[in-house]
Design a protein around this ligand. Structure first.
Ligand code: CA
Length: 232
């Protein structure tokens, strides 16, 4: 069952929330101040954090900032005043949801459930994408093993740079789809590309050369960019 870190210095409120969450099957770790919250977060790696804003030692906003330096864990903020909510949203420090006090425990558990559902859905999508992008790919005599970063053509190893490999991987995952140069820059080069799209053309030229007779399979789509001819 998911573990929830509950950070709340009002003991009676904390007791009521913890009892309700435990009744629903969650494991609850409780911290009554900001420093203890950081310790417990590091020690327990919770699936979700319920975080009060006003706390002794370290306030909720600072706890939120420090957790966010290392973790994408969903965080539900509890606030006593409306203006605090405005500050949270204004600062965009990375809370996933918030509740203004006073709230009903039922409302709190509904938010907790919704946040955990959203996270597990996103994780499924990411895991599926990782599984797909890690799978070996074949195209005519070409074989690509992304996890080993290995490419062979007619069983002979191909010496590809990281960029050439990434570009080929993208094309093999999407045969028949035309990619614009700017899309390729984002997808293959990420943030580190040099301005100007000539570098895409240069990498495609080198890649075609290395692929020999198969090089023609990377077609130029005039006015757009490039695509891999679908296999017969
Ligand atoms: Ca408080």
């Amino acid at each position: 069952m998911p573990t929830i870190l509950l950070v709340e210095d009002e003991h009676e409120l904390a007791r009521v929330i913890a009892r309700e969450l435990e009744a629903l099957g969650y494991e609850v770790a409780h911290a009554a101040d900001g420093l203890r919250a950081l310790e417990l977060h590091a020690a327990r790696q919770p699936d979700l954090v319920i975080l009060d804003w006003m706390l002794p030692k370290l306030d909720g906003l600072e706890v939120l900032r420090r957790i966010r330096e290392t973790s994408p864990v969903p965080i539900l903020m509890l606030t006593a005043r409306k203006e605090e909510v405005d500050r949270i949203i204004g600062l965009e420090v990375g809370a996933d949801d918030y509740l203004t006090k006073p709230f009903s425990v039922r409302e709190l558990t509904a938010r907790v459930r919704a946040l955990l559902r959203r996270i597990s859905h996103v994780q499924q999508i990411l895991a599926e994408d990782r599984r797909q992008t890690a799978a070996p790919l074949h195209y005519a005599g070409l074989r690509l093993e992304p996890e080993a970063h290995l490419a062979t053509l007619d069983n002979r190893p191909l010496d590809l740079t990281r960029t050439e490999f990434e570009l080929l991987h993208l094309l093999l995952r999407n045969p028949g789809r035309a990619f614009s140069r700017s899309y390729l820059l984002d997808a293959v080069w990420g943030e580190n590309y040099v301005t100007g799209d000539r570098s895409v053309d240069n990498v495609v030229l080198r890649l075609r050369k290395k692929l020999g007779a198969l090089g023609d399979a990377i077609e130029t789509v005039w006015g757009v960019g490039y695509r891999l001819t679908p296999e017969e």
